[in-house]
Design a protein around this ligand. Structure first.
Ligand SMILES: [Zn+2]
Length: 395
């Protein structure tokens, strides 16, 4: 071994020792920074459509059936399947390639000149989800003449897994800006995939509860807390920032933000419980035609929170939201009509609401509908079924 080589090894060993000490020295201090950084990325990737509109979490619950259209080359197939496989593995999702009838469809075009929301796009993706936030279909459009095709494909695959965000200043395949030239998933992307697809993250999770679940999952993943141990002490700064961002939107008149802030106050999510504030925010949102806010006003009036218990007022709010297709409000309306709570008893109308809610997938309504029907005489039963079949939400 030459002197120079031996010296190089010694220097390398010394650097490693110093690095090790440094790392061990601030391990506990940096846990919070790591969780904050990864939670910030998750926040920007999942809950902000293109950085602007606040959206609920969306995720796949089924096997991906990948279909590649437009006769891609062997290279394009390899690149696409590799990106999807990496994301699916991080998410713990099963996938298969199919020739037809796919639900994850990638179409290859040439010099396509896509225009999305008035802007030219090299590639783009759309996803279709149920009201409960379960993605049923993704369509990716890839212009194969793009200079960095791998980046284009990987970026759209990430969108297809339920990440509508384009974060700024975060190392991610979805990041935008002139400095963003990565063509593979970043650590923040893989952690976001694992977090979104963790069973504790509900499809359709809303902003603050979604962030609280994400903090717990991320904290466990990076070893900042033991599995199941509380992570409440971590990323407090980010949570406070999220609350104030929600506040700013709510103050600006954004009805979904007003409703979410009301729910956060009511359920003490990332803030202390405050029923009066919750009701005030829901009133503001309901005045802007937010039907879910009307449902929550009904809940508060029923429970006597933020004001005296008032079954008539509760029923009025629930009936209004039910008429517009809010499924949980349909169940509340059915219960009120069944029990004569805040409204005259009407077993036939109750059965119609249970059936209509059951048809829209509500589990409680599915369990209650047969019982409500059984209490009716056969002609009334037929009438209830016909009315439920013909029921449509008011516009
Ligand atoms: Zn994009």
């Amino acid at each position: 071994m030459s002197h120079r080589r031996r010296l190089a090894i010694l220097v390398a060993a010394a650097i490693a020792a110093v690095a090790g000490l440094f790392h061990a020295g601030c391990a506990w201090a940096s846990d919070d920074a790591t969780v904050t950084r990864l939670l910030g990325a998750f926040d920007a990737l999942v809950f902000w459509d293109d950085g602007r509109a606040l959206v609920d979490a969306r995720k796949w619950r089924t096997t991906l059936r990948v279909q590649l259209d437009g006769a891609p080359s062997a290279d394009e197939v390899r690149m696409t399947m590799a990106a999807i496989a990496t994301a699916a593995q991080a998410a713990g999702l099963a996938m298969e390639r199919v020739a037809a009838d796919g639900n994850f469809i990638v179409r290859f075009d040439r010099d396509a000149g896509y225009v999305v929301n008035g802007r030219r796009a090299g590639c783009y993706a759309t996803t279709g989800a149920t009201l409960r936030g379960e993605i049923r279909e993704a369509r990716l459009f890839v212009d194969r003449t793009q200079r960095n095709l791998r980046r284009c494909i990987t970026h759209e695959v990430m969108h297809g897994f339920g990440f509508p965000g384009h974060p700024e200043g975060i190392d991610s395949i979805l990041a935008v800006g002139p400095s963003q030239r990565r063509d593979s998933f970043a650590e923040a992307d893989l952690v976001a995939l694992a977090t979104l697809y963790d069973d504790r993250m509900r499809a359709g999770a809303t902003y603050l509860p979604g962030l609280l679940s994400a903090r717990q999952i991320i904290a466990e993943r990076v070893g900042a807390v033991a599995p199941g141990a509380a992570a409440d002490h971590l990323a407090r700064g980010h949570l406070a920032q999220a609350v104030s961002r929600l506040h700013a939107r709510a103050e600006g008149g954004d009805a979904p933000a007003q409703r979410l802030l009301g729910i956060a106050h009511y359920l003490a999510q990332a803030m202390p419980r405050d029923d009066a504030a919750a009701v005030a925010w829901w009133r503001a949102a309901a005045a802007r035609q937010d039907i879910a806010a009307a449902f929550w006003l009904g809940e508060a009036a029923l429970a006597g929170r933020g004001g005296p218990a008032d079954p008539v007022d509760a029923q009025a709010h629930h009936a209004m939201a039910a008429a517009r297709g809010h499924v949980a409000a349909m169940v509340r309306t059915a219960q009120a009509l069944e029990q004569g709570r805040g409204v005259a008893r009407d077993p036939l109308a109750a059965a119609v609401w249970y059936l209509a809610a059951a048809q829209r997938g509500n589990a409680l309504a599915k369990a209650e509908a047969p019982r409500a029907l059984a209490r009716l005489a056969p002609p009334e039963r037929a009438l209830a079924e016909a009315r439920a079949r013909g029921w449509h939400a008011a516009p």
